[in-house]
Design a protein around this ligand. Structure first.
Ligand SMILES: O=P(O)(O)OC[C@H]1O[C@H](O)[C@H](O)[C@@H](O)[C@@H]1O
Length: 553
């Protein structure tokens, strides 16, 4: 595997392994999960996988042993293993930005050696983790105090995208493990209402802002951070030295942090080999660490590491990220599925799918292969979903009887969250019975004969029939702990990796977000009234003119 631009290679859809899958798909035709289960009593047991605290049941996927074998052959021929090893080794596989992709180094053991340009990055990772732990302890125990000597009771993380979604998701996920005396908030939107709500009942003397931005140039974050500083200084009598006690930064860009006015002694560093959407276990997780404490943060890192090791060492047939990645390719490219639903049966995972949207869609939403050619196959799916039972009473109708195939992951936990009362904990069985029932209904449906046998009027039978054959993978974990969350996130990180590798795209750049940013900069002066509207297309110019009129400008 070359370190920079990959050489021209056979196009994915011209590979023999791809064609073999296409033929196999044709032969499979309308084979129903009902037939697959009837023909193979051992299927459920065989298509199950234990990794750490997770159990994956993938038997409700429209696959046979042959399908899985052919998919693995595709993975082999497209060099997934080689690219994986190159990633773990620190090669610059993000070749459009000349960067290594080493989020796995963020959870590497202290004594391991991972080099980027001849420099071992592991001691740097642990030095920052140690500084984060020390700072966290000082905030949590009240040793770190605000400018006027009061304890910190509110932490506001200001960041967006990868500098927001990870800690915000994990904070929700691990709420039962958080120190409730510190209220942690996340502000991302440049809509002033977001910061307004976080500040509404905040005491400036007791508020700590974490300005989280890899580049420290992101307009939304810098704008919100500037407003937050004004709010603080206005409240504390304009003494600029107050900033040092109320603002810390998380970034790769010390120069910009200093320029903003935050002392780099109060900066927690990470590095360009950590992609934004892969960064929440770096210093970007500082807000989370303050919420759950350093020990639980490290337990979460252990969970990530467990999955890293599994991905690095398990054979393809028993490798969970490989398996999930290949199943997604199977549906996207051979069944024309356009989306993938992630449906957690846990209230605490309410932001989980939003987090995965960036992880997956920013990574694999690409249409140019690594050799610079347009792809002629499907790449990343639209990822969507919300917590389980709520979705059942909203959009599951389409999952069951709509015209689209939506493969789904159903995620559930054997034990309820630790702090529930016995009465509320007892509701867990009902929650989980819904998860199991949905997987069953989606896979097996209900035939017209079965409906008719229940005495349903003939004209209603077609309406009440469920075709079934809608694939799901069930991920069952013991309990939503920090370690389990780490395992789950790393599972999806590596799944996304496998898919990008097979599709032959660079999963680690994100040029697609640039154009809108550039245009926004061009449009803004026209909105505020100073500049004319020249250079805009007719539709946009019309909208701008209308906006100005409505604002009385
Ligand atoms: O952390 P920052 O540099 O502020 O970037 C925040 C986000 O903005 C960008 O638009 C990227 O698309 C994201 O990948 C990134 O996570």
């Amino acid at each position: 595997m070359p370190e920079t631009t990959p050489a021209e290679s056979t196009r994915l859809d011209q590979r023999a392994e791809w064609n073999a899958l296409a033929e196999h798909r044709e032969k499979l035709g309308d084979t129903h999960l009902r037939d697959l289960f009837a023909a193979d009593p051992g299927r459920a047991g065989r298509y199950g996988l234990h990794v750490g605290d997770l159990y994956l049941d993938y038997s409700k996927n429209i696959v046979t042993d042959e399908t899985l074998q052919l998919l693995r052959e595709l993975a082999t021929s497209t060099g997934v293993t080689e690219l994986r090893d190159a990633m773990f080794r620190g090669d610059k596989i993000n070749f459009t930005e000349h960067r290594a992709v080493l989020h796995t180094a963020l959870r590497a053991p202290r004594d391991s050696v991972i080099e980027v340009d001849g420099h071992n990055v592991v001691p740097d990772v642990h030095a920052v983790l140690d500084r984060m732990s020390d700072f966290t302890e000082r905030v949590r125990t009240g040793v770190w105090r605000g400018h006027t000597g009061k304890r910190i009771t509110r932490v506001i993380n200001i960041g967006i995208g990868g500098s927001d979604l990870g800690p915000a998701m994990a904070y929700e996920a691990l709420l039962p493990f958080t120190a409730r005396e510190i209220d942690v908030r996340f502000v991302s939107n440049v809509d002033g209402s977001d910061l307004h709500e976080a500040l509404r009942d905040a005491d400036p003397e007791q508020t700590l802002f974490i300005i989280a931005s890899k580049t420290f140039t992101t307009i939304e974050t810098i704008t919100n951070a500037t407003s937050a500083r004004t709010w603080l200084l206005d409240a504390l009598g304009g003494d600029a030295s107050a900033v040092a006690k109320h603002f810390v930064a998380v970034s790769t860009n010390a120069e910009k942090v200093a320029e903003f006015g935050i002392d780099t002694a109060n900066m927690f560093e990470f590095w360009d080999w950590v992609g934004g959407r892969y960064s929440y276990d770096s210093a970007i997780g500082l807000s989370l660490m303050i919420a759950i404490g350093p020990d639980r943060f490290r337990a979460m890192l252990d969970g990530f590491r467990l999955m890293d090791e599994h991905f690095r060492t398990a054979p393809a047939e028993a490798n969970a990220p490989v398996l999930l990645g290949l199943l997604g390719i199977w549906y996207g490219d051979f069944f024309d599925a356009q989306s993938h639903a992630v449906l957690p049966y846990s209230h605490y995972l309410s932001r989980f799918t939003a987090y995965l949207q960036q992880l997956d869609m920013e990574s694999n939403g690409k249409a140019t292969d690594r050799a610079g050619r347009p792809v002629s196959w499907q790449t990343g799916p639209v990822v969507w979903g919300t917590p389980g039972t709520n979705g059942q009473h909203a959009y599951y109708q389409l999952l069951h009887q709509g015209t689209k195939m939506v493969p789904a992951d159903l995620i559930g936990f054997a034990r309820p969250a630790a702090e529930l009362s016995p009465e509320l904990a007892a509701q867990h069985d009902l929650l989980m019975s819904n998860l199991f029932a949905q997987g069953q209904a989606l896979a097996f449906g209900k035939t017209a004969e079965e409906v008719a046998a229940e005495g349903v009027a003939a004209e209603l039978v077609p309406h009440r029939t469920f075709h079934g054959n809608r694939p799901t993978t069930t991920i069952l974990a013991t309990e939503l702990t920090p370690a389990v969350l780490g395992q789950l996130i790393a599972l999806y990180e590596h799944k996304v990796f496998v898919q990008g590798a097979v599709w032959g795209i660079n999963s680690f750049d994100q040029w697609g977000v640039e154009l809108g940013k550039v245009l926004a900069k061009r449009v803004e002066p026209a909105l505020t009234g100073g500049a004319g509207v020249s250079g805009l297309d007719a539709s946009t110019a019309g909208l701008v003119a209308r906006y100005r009129e409505l604002r009385g400008r």
